[in-house]
Design a protein around this ligand. Structure first.
Ligand code: NA7
Length: 548
């Protein structure tokens, strides 16, 4: 194939028109690696990125305390051994600036920037049934034509800002954690409100509390947070891992969540109270998300889950001195059906005199006024409001542009009752379009980096194969998609995951259809993808047709 980047198809419009083999949207970890792989296949590719730089999530989420909840040695690419050997992480859990530097290093090291258009937001993408090509239009008025179109737009990239009455009346500053100003924000001497106590709230609250004159935290649902026990990453620990990096990577690939620490063999229902306590304490002391794997039945059985939830509640009561505040902070939901938060000093923050927890579970924020927020008839006067209110997850960024498949069918219309995909990478009636870590793939239930790499390699191999064979149209069948979608749901229904109002289900966005979106089980998923590829891409129609 290898169409020239200067080729200009006929058409009207004032912007530039360019032709590539592949257009990729997003220059986060997925888009960057995709570009590298496509180049390796000899294909021409262009990456369109809304931000002013690479890094995706780590470009946008610059709020105070922003940090990855996966250990640095794992939250990194493994496709280049030289890269993973050379890069030196400073902490066990890297903070946002360090991850962004890593992304920038990767962009420079593999000379990626020359094929990335920054500050370029895609507004529309249309498939042409006659030519089997996509036309991708940007807000700048440019058009890009490509055989293949890849959305590498991330799972948590479309900010959710609640529609609170009187929003425009507020005279102070408002922020969303996922759209943080690049120059930072100085909260010194200010009265600040943080709305939301998910991961972004849990990370930012302790840091903002240190600066603010007074901090009000508005909590709708109490969260389960496990200590990170973050600290400097000793060179000898790093060297030991690097001496046999593959070992760590292989261990992670065998686990459901794609991390090095898998679930224990212990059943909470069968183990003695002493064994259970020892396992939970061990994982609590180690820190991080592995606490969710304390028991093999933790996410399968409500009684097993309650054992771990009780343990966390005891920890909260041990830390928080005011018993009423401690009770408000104690979560009542199923542990792990929302991703646990990994914290540094979160619960301790509520022992500070300048921090007030405001319970909005039964009385939501009724309105914003010039001076602040109103809850249950009470006014909270603040100078700044931080919305740590999360994202329209998994489908938000995919549905923002107007994507049109066969016969002008809109993706929004197709996914009206929830996303339907084949393997989370493709959707019927949208030929030659692929999604990296899309709904129906393990994505957010795993360490994102290995999930991204697996997807990028699988999708690019399929594109390379199609290119070699002169296939101009690759399309998932309705039957394969229907079968996969019910499989994703059946697996979820066998667990406790659908039992709370999480963003995995779309429950955080008013009006969003309630469908469990991620696939549970990384190793099973990889096996399935490999098997399907080996079987000639079963479930896809690969057609040599039309004119190029
Ligand atoms: P999350 O985890 O979706 O958390 C958002 C928080 O904001 C959560 O506590 C929500 O309460 C709260 N929220 C959302 N809308 C409102 C309104 N309207 N009023 C009050 N409170 C609200 O997003 P994060 O950014 O913290 O973390 C996302 C992921 O990033 C995380 O899982 C890690 O993977 C990294 P709710 O629980 O919905 O009642």
């Amino acid at each position: 194939m290898n169409a020239s980047a200067d080729e200009t198809p006929s058409g009207t419009g004032d912007g530039r028109k360019q032709v590539f083999d592949v257009v990729v949207v997003g220059a986060g970890f997925a888009g960057m690696y995709m570009l590298h792989r496509l180049r390796g296949l000899g294909l021409s590719a262009r990456v369109l990125e809304a931000g002013g730089g690479v890094g995706g999530t780590w470009y946008w989420n610059r709020y105070p305390g922003a940090r990855c909840d996966i250990e640095s040695m794992e939250y990194s690419y493994q496709f280049s051994d030289a890269l993973q050997q050379d890069w030196v992480w400073s902490e066990r859990y890297a903070a946002q600036p360090e991850i962004l530097s890593y992304a920038e290093h990767v962009a420079d090291r593999f000379d990626l920037r020359r094929d990335i258009e920054f500050n370029t937001r895609v507004s529309r993408a249309t498939f042409d049934d006659q030519t089997d090509r996509w036309c991708i239009e940007t807000e700048n008025g440019d058009r890009f034509y490509a055989r293949f179109f890849i959305m590498a737009t991330g799972c948590l990239s479309s900010a959710n800002i609640p529609d609170i009455p009187g929003k425009d009346e507020f005279r102070g500053a408002t922020y969303h954690t996922g759209q943080w100003p690049h120059d930072g924000v100085d909260f010194n001497g200010l009265r600040v409100a943080v709305v939301g106590t998910g991961s972004s709230g849990v990370q930012s609250i302790p840091v903002i509390a240190e600066q603010a004159e007074h901090l009000y935290v508005f909590q709708r649902t109490a969260t389960f947070a496990v200590p990170a026990h973050n600290g400097p990453l000793a060179p000898e620990v790093q060297d030991r891992i690097k001496a046999n990096y593959q070992d760590l990577r292989d261990r992670a690939r065998r686990n459901r969540n794609g991390h090095q620490y898998g679930p224990s063999d212990l059943s909470a229902l069968e183990a003695s109270p002493e064994e259970r306590e020892a396992e939970m304490q061990f994982r609590w002391d180690r820190g991080g998300l592995s606490f969710t794997g304390s028991f093999r039945d933790l996410l399968l059985d409500a009684d097993a889950n309650a054992v771990a939830a009780d343990f966390v509640r005891r920890k909260i009561r041990d830390v928080v001195r005011d018993p009423d505040v401690a009770e408000l902070l104690c979560p009542t939901a199923v542990l792990g059906c929302k991703r646990m938060c990994v914290d540094t000093g979160y619960y301790e923050t509520y022992n500070r005199d300048n921090v007030t927890l405001v319970d909005i579970k039964d009385n939501p924020i009724s309105r914003m006024n010039a001076a602040g927020l109103e809850v249950a008839g009470k006014n909270y006067a603040v100078d700044a409001i931080v919305f740590a209110t999360g994202f329209d997850a998994m489908t938000g960024a995919l549905l923002k542009p107007d994507i049109r498949g066969r016969a002008g069918k809109a993706l929004k219309e197709k996914w009206h009752e929830g996303p339907r995909t084949y393997l989370g990478v493709a959707t019927a009636e949208f030929p030659n379009m692929f999604t990296v870590t899309g709904p129906g793939s393990p994505s957010v239930l795993t360490n994102m980096l290995p999930s991204i790499e697996q997807h990028v390699e699988w999708i690019s191999t399929l594109i390379g194969e199609a290119d070699k064979r002169g296939v101009t149209c690759v399309e998932a069948t309705h039957a394969a998609e229907a079968e996969w979608s019910s499989h994703v749901n059946a697996v979820a229904d066998g667990t406790l995951f659908p039992s709370c109002n999480s963003w995995y289900l779309g429950a955080n966005i008013p009006g969003k259809p309630r469908v469990f979106m991620p696939y549970i089980g990384f190793p099973q998923y990889v096996e399935k993808c490999d098997e399907i590829a080996a079987d000639g891409y079963r479930g896809f129609v690969l057609r040599e047709t039309q004119t190029a």
